[in-house]
Design a protein. Sequence first.
Length: 943
Amino acid sequence: MTPTEIDFDRLKPNTIVQGTLFPEPVQVITTIPMGQSIKLIGKGLQTQKVYEPILNPQQLTQLQIIPEHEPFNGNPQNFRLGVEALRWGLAHEYDPYFSLAIARVDPLPHQLEAVYDYFLKLARIRFLLADDPGAGKTVMAGLLLKELKIRGLVQRTLIIAPANLTFQWQREMKDKFREDFEVVKGDILRANYGQNPWQEKNQVVASVSWVSRIPDAKDSLLRSHWDLIIVDEAHKMSAYSSDKKTLAYQLGERLSEMTDHYLLMTATPHKGDPDNFRLFLELLDPDVYGDIKSLEEAMKRNVAPFYLRRTKEALVTFPEPETGQVQKLFTNRTVKTSEREFREDCQVLVATEAAGEGINLQFCWFMINYDIPWNPVRLEQRMGRIHRYGQDKDCLIFNFVATNTREGRVLWKLFERIEAIERDLDPEQTGKVFNVLGDIFPANQLERMLREMYAKNLTEDSIKDRIVEQVNLNEFRKITHSTLEGLAKKSLNLSKLIGQSVEAKERRLVPESIEYFFLEAATVAGIHPKEVRKNSHTYRVGKIPRTLWSVGDRLEPRYGKLGRDYKQIIFDKDRLKDDPTLEWVTPGHPLFETVREKVWEEVQDDLRRGAIFYDLHRSEPSGLDVFSATIQDGRGRILHRRLFVVETAMNGTFYIRQPTIFLDFTLADPDTLPPENLTLPERQQVEQTLIEQALQPFLTEIQSQRQKEVEIIIRHTEISLTNIIDRVQRQFAELSMQKESESKEIGLEGRLKQMEDRLFERNGRLESRREQLKQEKNCTITDIQHHGRAWVLPHPQRHSPELATMVSNQEIERIAIQTVIEYEQARGWQVESVETENRGFDLISRKPHPEDSQTAIAVRFIEVKGRSQVGEVALTTNEYKTAERLKQDYWLYVVFNCATTPTVYPIPDPVKLGWQPLVKIEHYQLEPSEILERFPKNYPEKD
């Protein structure tokens, strides 16, 4: 494209200008005359930065206008690569469980449910996660962190944990999530005298006891701000009453004011006291949980937008794959040699009480408690070392009790009592009863009674009588039906989660797709990876070019530091099991993101110029426009940003397509010209179609979800603050009556003024929260950007003998599709057609749950290929890569003899067959003999 010199009359809104005055092409928003100069207000096409320079006549001559209509002489490979770079940058929008592809964990169903069905649906994450001990709360916190970072919502994260767990948090964040955290302690504070290390470091772990008790640590921390704060063992921040707040609780209150997103995690969040629980929840939001009535409302409706608690017994695993092989849950990259030797070679660990908490021993499954602690809670903590997330065996735990001693007989009585109550509360032994013994029988009470027995102040029989009296069914039932436990979720809809997980596979990032994009993009970015050996999928990269350093530095706050040298990289995390020294590259990795960003910058000219593609299966040209658009709420928070393609047919009909449509096309020859006498509609007309056909339905869906979520918060806020205001008004009225009765009470005027101020502040807060929640509830479409335009033409050789047999026949394809739909329905499956959506397959077939037809327990993604008789079968690049990604969930249904007697040949995981690439049309071809020999014709059998 040859830019033209500036023409003052042509400097209109939406005009694109470039020149030495701007670091990037700028789209004009408006111009304002200012004497002989003008003020130009525009937006950068690459960074979306707003520019407002005042330009004199001489400076105006330095600008060049980029022509409105594309010449379509851009490099089609670069054009397609640019669309892919943009799509990979928004990968979290398309993969429902995105963080699974970039974290070294294999989460369990309950962890996916917590992160994706609870945390990420909240506009402002304020949440108490109170699952049983060993449920893997650290993994849930790590998944949340990765999701928020990749969305650009979080840069600064603070983790507050008990002192003995700070280094464990640091290590697990590094090993499982590749996130570098620094543990801030006294030595770092002293070494940074005159500076604030809290403000200078973006990812920090600190001890709750140290920060809450050391004034210098607390004061410097309170001068910082964080995007996400995670508090582990948050019950240490409990308060006895509103006027008896511990130092740790006061710290929790201040932390709540310093962050947008606040996650509290504990396995023991209560003492059976609703008011105590309310105070604990006030740490999350004092407006929503400021009054006990809001909790009673949540209990009545069984809806708690702030709280999730599930028993460990209810947290089941996904079914094993069909191979029946047990997969490792974690693969640690850097484990000390001594630990690895113990885990892999040793059979027995003998330990003192020091091993009772804070360490993970899930690779052990047999425990003998030789010395029973008098504190029942400590016994539970011991068992939690092996009975925790990552345990793939049934645990056997033996408690040795010497029944011929007084203390042994007392302990035995306690165990008998607990077992009897558990049978009464849970007669079917589902395991769905929370351990609340510590709330009925305080942890140190047994120890005190035994000491009293040694001092001969109590007898053995009197202690047993107290156990029977205190540890009784009514007390257990009272707590398990309290507000806290009544809101607890004691079961998991596993079939629904399995169905969601299988459907999510369609958009799941897989190593093959990541590898394919990176290798193509790396060359454009100036990197030339070389495979170590053929089909090893391990690549040598070497030194990173200096041209990428500045890009890496710019992206460092979001993705981490770009290395200067990468020896060997891989794209499949399973390879780390064999060699943990390899560098695993995925979206979110600094090398991947730097290459993607550099490519995006390099292909801008090709996107603006437009490109031309061929399609074997088209009989007439079409135009394609690439857009991105954002949905945000009234507070300016971005909820979603997605990529869209609008196709314009020659009859003027518009279609919304997937951005992967370009993978179905062949690159046009360099000298190919756009069609003569054919024009594409104005961009504004295409944008209007995008809004009506895609963005408005998308907005309606998001708005509906957001309204449902925010309405719950609104209801709790109204109940809580209204009751608080009523209480303050009553107190104010009582004081006013005292004043009117001419009471001589000292300080009455001051108390009346305080109450008046408090009433004014509470009313103001209620109005402020109402306005905030209205803003959160309202969503709008914004920031629609046009990224490029392309022509797709019928392939010039589509009628040649070599390719003619592979061209689609619409009537044959219709017969094939209908035959497969009937075949699946005869099996009892439900079929949805997605033929027009360019998803790499034609049909989604779901096997409904026998008790819930809306829940799928198995899913097949089906590509249908029909032939009039028997002939070769071909997959497009997009179809082949989709099959690679979905593996055993992708099925190729070949229908031969469509013109006479259609016969179906279902083929699972078709990429395993002997496909031959056809370079000329970027397809993969399969001989019919391989289908006929390996897959006999099928007749449907009802499942």
